[in-house]
Write a protein that binds this ligand. Structure first.
Ligand SMILES: C[S@@+](CC[C@H](N)C(=O)[O-])C[C@H]1O[C@@H](n2cnc3c(N)ncnc32)[C@H](O)[C@@H]1O
Length: 242
C-alpha cells in the first residue's frame, strides 16, 4: 500500500497540529519581507493544515503533495484561497512564481537520493521570485539514531494501529511501518539530511542558506541538532537589488 493511503485517515488527529507551529514563524518572515497578500507554495502539504491557515490570513496558497489520499483530505478543507494538487515536490512546476515556498514536518526526508535533493532545490529556485524565500525542515541523523526504533501501539480518531520504527545507519534509511487493525500495512522510507549535506545542492541551484534553526524558539542549528529548520533565498538576490 502506498505511503499515506491509509494513514491519511488518521493523520490530522495524530499529527495535524504540528503544522500550526509554523504559522508564527512564516507570518514573521512575510511581515519582515513586507508581503501582505503573498503567493505561497506548500510542498509536501499533507492534509493542508498549514496551507489553509495561511490562506485564511489572506495569502494565495498552492498545496502540492505526492499522495492523492492526503490531497483528497486537504481538498475537503474547502479553504478559499488555497488549492491542492498531486505533484512530486522534486519536480514542482506552476504557472507563476511564489513569494514563499514551504516544506514542513519531514516531507523533505522522503527525498532519498542526492539527485532528488538537487532536483528539489533546482525546481524550487525556478519557482521563487527574486526576493522569494524557501523555508524547509529536515530530520537529521541524530534524531533517527536516538529516537527511531521500537514498536508503538497507537490509537487515533477511533483507529488502532501499530507503528514500527527502524533506522539503518549504514544505508541511512529510516523505515516506519504502520499496521492497521483492518489488516492494511504501509511502509514509509525516509533519509536524514543535515545542513552540511545540503550546502552543495543549495548552492548549485543558485540559492543560499540564510538562517538555520533547530526548533521554533529561535535556537540556532548546530551539527549535533536533531532537526534543521532552514531559510533559503536566491544567492544573487542582494546583487540584483543593488
Ligand atoms: C509528515 S507529512 C507532513 C505534511 C505537512 N507538511 C505537515 O506539516 O503536516 C509528509 C508529507 O510529505 C509528502 N511527500 C512525501 N514525498 C513527497 C514528494 N516526493 N512530493 C510531494 N509530497 C511528498 C507525503 O505524502 C506527506 O503528505
Amino acid at each position: 500500500m502506498d505511503a499515506y493511503q491509509r494513514l491519511s485517515r488518521v493523520y490530522d488527529v495524530e499529527w495535524g497540529n504540528w503544522a500550526r507551529q509554523y504559522v508564527e514563524l512564516v507570518c514573521g518572515l512575510l511581515v519582515k519581507a513586507d508581503v501582505t497578500q503573498g503567493r505561497i507554495l506548500d510542498l509536501g502539504c499533507g492534509t493542508g493544515v498549514l496551507a489553509s491557515e495561511l490562506a485564511a490570513l489572506g495569502h494565495s496558497v498552492v498545496g502540492m503533495d505526492a499522495s492523492p489520499a492526503m490531497i483528497e483530505v486537504a481538498s475537503q478543507r474547502a479553504s478559499p484561497g488555497a488549492c491542492f494538487v498531486v505533484q512530486d515536490m522534486a519536480q514542482a512546476s506552476w504557472d507563476h512564481e511564489f513569494d514563499l515556498v514551504t516544506c514542513t514536518f519531514d516531507a523533505f526526508n522522503y527525498l532519498l537520493t542526492e539527485e532528488r535533493v538537487h532536483s528539489f532545490f533546482t525546481h524550487v529556485a525556478g519557482l521563487l521570485t527574486n526576493s522569494g524565500m524557501l523555508l524547509f525542515d529536515s530530520n537529521t541523523e541524530e534524531l533517527y539514531c536516538r529516537g527511531h526504533h521500537g514498536a508503538h501501539e497507537r490509537s487515533a480518531g477511533g483507529h488502532r494501529f501499530r507503528q514500527e520504527c527502524h533506522y539503518d545507519a549504514v544505508s541511512k534509511r529510516a523505515s516506519t511501518v504502520f499496521r492497521f487493525e483492518d489488516g492494511s500495512v504501509e511502509e514509509h522510507i525516509q533519509r536524514p539530511w543535515a545542513l552540511s549535506d545540503l550546502a552543495g545542492p543549495i548552492a548549485d541551484a543558485g540559492l543560499a542558506a540564510e538562517t538555520a534553526w533547530s526548533g521554533f524558539s529561535g535556537q540556532r542549528y548546530d551539527p549535533g541538532s536533531e532537526r534543521l529548520i532552514c531559510l533559503v533565498r536566491k544567492a544573487n538576490r542582494q546583487r540584483d537589488e543593488e
